[in-house]
Design a binder for this molecule. Structure first.
Ligand code: PLP
Length: 451
């Protein structure tokens, strides 16, 4: 047995895979992806797919850039590994920290490195609590997050996240985390206008702060635009009100930039897009465009100063905090994003064009709403466009459309009955048109099957 059949068999017998039904997968067999270039991936049988999901929201500069492979090889030969524990640093890590500080909001100039977004959020959980201990307000330990948020799969990350199916497995969330309403107008806005609903959802934070006791609340954490939850773009009134509330109660603001960071919204960070003043920004994904695992927490100067001056030893870190190969790859990725004006192109061309293109799907009888910011987009599928009523078996229609699109060579994702798009930022106009054409065809075929 060789090739596809061999790899599928090996996976069937020896692999346990994330976020899938492993029993079902063993019956079906996994798709084997062997190669990628630009915005496209190929399977082991030579079939080409346009990847409208950039892997997992991460391959911002597109696949197959030889420059990243070259710096990885060079770094592996020169210094494949050293750590940051023993009062040491390596050149790519020092240079990457400086490059990130240059791109981050002006008041944020320090980075703690991790290997992933989940580890970044685990680090946030500890940093935030430590910060208030050091500020002699040790009772401030509660972190407020949102239902249907995604902050990762480690214990603290999944607890900060508000995904009920994750909480059900393994007894999460851990104590000290509260979840409030998400700003999801389409599903939860009822008869309110998006603006009214945005204010209401933001005020849920103030209500919870008052219910918990302001003196006990350490931080509020949120994605600028909820990604995995359904590319939920908050109404325009939401973030200004959140910013007002966290200031009023002197609560730390943690903006999870794991998806929005590094150009996805057409700005370097979602915090730039919404004009936010975070205390901490967890990052990952687009930092290396997924070519090597690396994440981190960008810290506001005031926050970092307290931890540096008052904590003594910071008793937290990973063997691969600031891995030199990942750091070299990330540095080259940032160089390319800047040198090629990729983020500017998303802001000025690709983002507005994508929003316009998605509008071509808005009249479809099954589509309740289309929305996009930068190269993040969503299409809501409904039974009744007027009332926004969902199909009875939520998730079935989304999965059907996703599978039909895949049959036609397009990778997109479905969360419930919401189709999600997050293509590489280097997507060209022709590829964008292909996304729309194939999605439309999948919608038409699904509609025909359902009627
Ligand atoms: N935070 C957000 C907003 C994410 O979307 C993700 C992953 O999708 C994470 C954190 C977790 O990152 P990782 O999968 O790198 O641990």
């Amino acid at each position: 047995m060789t090739g596809t059949a061999q790899w599928q068999q090996q996976a069937r017998e020896h692999l346990f895979q994330p976020f899938v039904d492993n029993a079902a997968l063993q019956r079906e067999g996994a798709r084997v992806i062997t190669r990628a270039e630009g915005a496209c991936i190929w399977d082991s049988d030579g079939n080409r797919f346009l990847d409208a999901f950039a892997g997992l929201w991460c391959v911002n500069i597109g696949y197959g850039r030889p420059e990243l492979a070259a710096v990885a090889a060079r770094q592996m030969q020169e210094l494949p590994y050293y750590n940051l524990f023993f009062k040491t640093v390596t050149p790519p890590v020092a240079e990457l920290a400086a490059a990130i500080a240059e791109l981050a909001p002006a008041h944020m100039n320090r980075v703690f490195f991790t290997n992933s977004g989940s580890e970044a959020n685990d680090s946030v959980y500890r940093m935030v609590r430590l910060y208030w201990q050091l500020q002699e307000q040790p009772e401030r330990q509660v972190i407020i997050a949102r239902h249907n948020a995604y902050h990762g799969s480690t214990v603290a990350g999944a607890s900060l996240g508000g995904m009920a199916p994750m909480h059900r497995q393994g007894g999460l969330p851990i104590p000290g985390i509260e979840h409030i309403q998400q700003p999801y107008w389409f599903d939860e806005g009822g008869d309110l206008s998006p603006e009214e609903f945005g204010l209401q959802a933001a005020r849920a934070l103030e209500e919870r702060i008052l219910a918990v006791g302001p003196e006990k609340v350490a931080a509020f954490i949120a994605e600028p635009i909820q990604g995995a939850g359904g590319v939920i773009i908050p109404p325009a009134t939401y973030w200004p009100e959140i910013q007002r509330i966290v200031r009023k109660y002197n609560i730390l603001l943690v903006v999870d930039e794991v998806i929005c960071g590094f150009g996805r919204t057409g700005e370097w960070f979602g915090s730039d897009y919404y004009d936010l003043q975070p205390d901490l920004m967890p990052i990952a994904k687009g930092l290396s465009s997924g070519y090597a695992p690396i994440g981190g927490v960008i810290m506001a100067d005031d926050f970092a100063t307290v931890l540096a001056e008052k904590a003594g030893d910071f008793n937290h870190g990973f063997t691969y905090s600031g891995h030199p190969v990942s750091a070299a790859v990330a540095l080259e990725n940032l160089r390319i994003l800047r040198a090629e004006g990729i983020v500017t192109r998303v802001r000025e061309h690709a983002g507005p064009r994508f929003r316009q293109c998605l509008q071509q799907l808005a009249d479809h009888p099954m589509v309740g709403e289309v929305r996009a910011v930068g190269l993040l987009g969503a299409v809501e599928l409904v039974r009744n466009r007027e009332t926004r009523e969902r199909f009875p078996q939520v998730g079935q229609t989304g999965a059907l459309c996703r599978d039909l699109a895949l049959e036609e060579g397009l990778v997109l994702r479905a969360t419930g009955d919401t189709l999600l798009f997050s293509p590489p930022l280097i997507l060209n106009d022709q590829q964008m048109d292909e996304i729309i054409k194939t999605t439309k065809s999948a919608l038409d075929r699904a509609w025909a099957q359902l009627n």
